[in-house]
Write a protein that binds this ligand. Structure first.
Ligand code: ADP
Length: 263
């Protein structure tokens, strides 16, 4: 609790005493702590890939005894570190727009198969790298939907990216699309570490990261789900989550089929 003293004003607006205010600052302190953790995480997220890119580029330039296979490996590392950096910068931009309350969406009639292809192209390399069994179930007939394609792609890539990050190697991830009445559901199911019951209500809060030691070792900002949640809200949709510790998690992004035209 924090005490604060404010002057009490008389009817002529002159100070004539003091009023003591007591405020519960637990929430405020928690937010400050999460923000501080975010700054140190962001510094790390920016510095680490830059340092790696620098180191590998320098080695490639200076050393003349690197065989072609090793060269390829180093170029791959540079590329994946640059991708990681670009993803993080995109995330920061999205979040700063969200923070400023200026995040808006621009909905257009979108071909669902093109949207799904874009998502799979983005996520497949990460699935392969971690040797996860990635399965996709989509209905043969897909409707058109009226959405902000880039925002929905980013929101779903976040959900799938989390499934990759929080599922140990060799596990499985299933991406399902279900079209029902006037809704479309994108379901991301993983066989990963799961989320403790008491933490579930907090996963969509900005800067939230689980206390689970296994999460601390994974790169992340605690902002992806907050962003995806906001994207769902702006589309008048929602994200549902269910999870069991050590068993896996399921995140579902549900959107209304506002203008649902059969293809
Ligand atoms: P982060 O960048 O930390 O992944 P997110 O906002 O995307 O941030 O997720 C918030 C937290 O929710 C994560 O740090 C993790 O603790 C938990 N989480 C999200 N997705 C999953 C998942 N598929 N499996 C287990 N935990 C998850």
């Amino acid at each position: 609790f924090r005490w604060s003293r404010r002057p009490r004003l008389d009817q002529h607006c002159e100070p004539n005493g003091h009023v003591w205010l007591i405020r519960d600052i637990t929430q405020q302190k928690l937010a400050e702590k999460m923000r501080e953790e975010f700054v140190s995480m962001a510094t790390h997220e920016l510095r680490t890939p830059l340092a790696n890119i620098n180191a590998y580029a320098e080695t490639l330039t200076m050393a003349d005894d690197i065989d072609i296979e090793q060269q390829k490996e180093f170029y791959n590392i540079i590329q994946s570190e640059a991708t990681r950096l670009a993803r993080f910068v995109d995330e920061l931009l999205d979040i700063s727009r969200m923070e400023a309350g200026s995040m808006s969406i621009n909905c257009r009639i979108t071909e669902l198969d093109r949207l799904l292809k874009e998502i799979c192209d983005k996520i497949q390399p990460e699935m392969n790298r971690k040797e996860l069994d990635f399965s996709i179930e989509i209905p043969p007939k897909l409707p058109q939907i009226e959405v902000d394609k880039d925002a929905i792609v980013a929101a779903l890539v976040n959900l799938l990216g989390n499934a990759v990050k929080y599922t140990p190697e060799g596990g499985n991830v299933c991406f399902t699309v279900l079209v029902e009445d006037n809704e479309i559901q994108f379901k991301v199911q993983d066989s990963g570490i799961g989320i403790a019951e008491e933490e579930l209500p907090h996963v969509f809060e900005k800067f939230f990261r689980s206390d689970d030691g296994r999460v601390r070792g994974v790169n992340g900002s605690g902002l992806g789900l907050a962003f995806s949640h906001e994207v769902a809200r702006l589309h008048q949709g929602r994200i549902d989550v269910s999870s069991e510790l050590n068993q896996g998690s399921t995140f579902s992004l549900v959107l209304p089929l506002k203008i649902g035209v059969e293809a």
